[in-house]
Design a protein around this ligand. Sequence first.
Ligand code: SF4
Ligand code: SF4
Length: 195
Amino acid sequence: MLKFLKQVGDYAKETVQAAKYIGQGLSVTFDHMQRRPITVQYPYEKLIPSERFRGRIHFEFDKCISCEVCVRVCPINLPVVDWEFDKASKKKKLKHYSIDFGVCIFCGNCVEYCPTNCLSMTEEYDLSTYDRHELNYDNVALGRLPYKVTEDPMVTPLRELVYLPKGVLEPHGLPANSRRVGKLPEDIAEQEAEK
Ligand code: SF4
Ligand code: SF4
């Protein structure tokens, strides 16, 4: 008899616990039913990348002196600098330059150390292709300037979290003049100039 009563007690305890867990799960569900969706309808909507976002690298052919510093500082020796020695000018002459973005880890070392600043990181991030060999960009592809999200007429730019006003988590339908949390670089420069 005692064993039976213990079994009933255990069963009742487990039932109460199960009901508690179901209640906890449903409270999250009901909480989300009160919120507006924050889904970004890519590619019709795109988030504005952060100011220091490290996207696809831009290369300026005319500024490159074929020093190969970018290759030496790259953790995987990735950039391919194809040059020949020009006897007349006694200088290296760049023939081709390429970076394979299928392998690049976007660390930015090459950009940081290039002595002539011919490399820069852009905000372009949608590089997907069906063939990974297409990610091997030559100097022509690297020289193309990307469309800015804010200037692309086909895209609705949305602010990402760092650009949203305090307490706002939803980027849709924000007034254009709403200020973000924190100061912009020009605000800081202005503040410093006033000191
Ligand atoms: S470090 Fe700059 S200048 Fe030197 S080879 Fe690389 S891209 Fe050209
Ligand atoms: S971003 Fe980094 S991994 Fe990519 S090419 Fe430059 S140094 Fe190499």
